[in-house]
Write a protein that binds this ligand. Structure first.
Ligand code: NAD
Ligand code: UFG
Length: 338
């Protein structure tokens, strides 16, 4: 099988490419390097001994997409490419809808023209909205997220559902990720945010490496075990393996299938910090700050469906996640910028 991986140079895409290559899949990456670096391909080569075929370009480029499908016998598409910064999406909604929604439609049109109809989409737990009944399970109704990034994910899910209703020969899997963290155990690839990180784990590792002064813990007056928010953190290697499991399932199941990819367990922010301190063997500088607008107090996945139907579950724990995040950060203080 030949898998086209859009956004394959990015954080989750690169880890998934490593696992795909290890399983013997031919892997083609399409990425415009908007939020990633070409050196990722070299690192994938160092880990796997294979360099994925690479097209540098945009998912909104019709001509390029048609060429990719003409030049290769693509059998499946895993679609990671997109923009993901929640705050930025509030300030620049058109950019987010253009890349995420128009880009996805463009890709689907090119697939249709090439008669490639197996598609796996990177969705997010954000499509559950602000519902208080946790854990989130796939049978729950979705709720419109409060920001354009989340809305773009929900709209794409709806577009894919409409497509599968209209054309019965599509096999579409929607993977709703919870909070991906961690890095490949080699420390050769990992998350490399541009500028000051928005997300918890890269913020922690950048404080530890001395690039940032102190982590602001947003809110410690939530109704949770220690007052801080609770999230379902999932190691990016487990998440990558979830894509392989989904690829297998998607090959023999048409229509739309939806899976949560999470550990099924919540951890508080203070638990993450104290686990990090065990790994780091020093105290981490942090302080309490006001709640961040839009944050939910607590949610985690019900991951039973993926376990039952995909035969997939997480194997790596919070210690592994912080260990591998720190391993990546300490070996690459400047990320992929050498
Ligand atoms: P990432 O930014 O590291 O990777 C996305 C990749 O897509 C980057 O390499 C970027 O250069 C590329 N890209 C962006 N716009 C493009 C375009 N127009 N054409 C071609 N390539 C383009 O992000 P990630 O964390 O690896 O996330 C991958 C997917 O998973 C995204 O769709 C994201 O919304 C989704 N997701 C991520 C998280 C998370 O916390 N990381 C959670 C839920 C869902
Ligand atoms: N947090 C801090 N300090 C920080 C950064 C984060 O205390 O500097 C806290 C947040 O308040 C939150 C938790 O750490 O409680 C996790 O925050 P992240 O920003 O790492 O992740 P989110 O849970 O906010 O968001 C993630 C993805 C989004 C996705 C969302 C949906 O980043 O893409 O989950 O579930 F939309």
């Amino acid at each position: 099988m030949t898998i086209l991986v859009t956004g394959g140079c990015g954080y989750i895409g690169s880890h998934t490419c490593v696992q795909l290559i290890k399983q013997g899949f031919d892997t083609i990456i399409l990425d415009n390097l908007y939020n990633s670096k070409e050196i990722v391909l070299e690192r994938i080569y160092q880990i796997t001994g294979k360099r994925p075929q690479f097209y540098q370009g945009d998912i909104r480029d019709k001509h390029l997409l048609n060429n990719i499908f003409k030049e290769n016998k693509v059998t499946n598409v895993i679609h990671f490419a997109g923009l993901k910064a929640v705050e930025e999406s509030i300030k620049q909604p058109l950019k987010y809808y253009d890349v995420n929604i128009y880009g996805s439609i463009n890709l689907l049109e090119a697939m249709k023209a090439a008669n490639v109809k197996k598609f796996i989409f990177s969705s997010s737990a954000t499509v559950y909205g602000t519902q208080p009944n946790i854990p989130y399970i796939e049978t729950m109704e979705t709720e419109e997220p409060t920001q354009p990034y989340g809305r773009s994910k929900l709209f794409i899910e709806k577009i894919l559902q409409d497509l599968a209703k209209a054309e019965k020969d599509w096999s579409i899997t929607l993977l709703r990720y919870f909070n991906p963290v961690g890095a490949h155990p080699s420390g050769l690839i990992g998350e490399d945010p541009q500028g000051i990180p928005n997300n918890l784990m890269p913020y922690i590792t950048q404080v530890a490496i001395g690039k940032l002064k102190s982590l602001a813990v947003f809110g410690h007056d939530y109704n949770t075990i220690d007052g801080t928010c609770i999230r379902d953190f999932i190691h990016v290697m487990d998440l990558a393996d979830g894509h392989l499991a989904a690829l297998n399932y998607n090959s023999s199941h048409s229509g739309v299938n939806i899976f949560n990819l999470g550990s099924g367990q919540g951890s508080s922010i203070l638990e993450v910090i104290s686990t990090f301190e065990q790994v780091f063997k020093k105290k981490l500088a942090y302080h309490f700050a006001p709640r961040r607008a839009g944050d939910l107090p607590a949610y985690w996945a019900n991951a039973d469906k993926a376990k039952k139907l995909l035969n997939w579950q997480t194997h790596l724990n919070l210690y592994d996640m912080v260990h591998d995040s720190w391993n990546w950060q300490s070996k690459n203080p400047n990320g992929f910028n050498e």
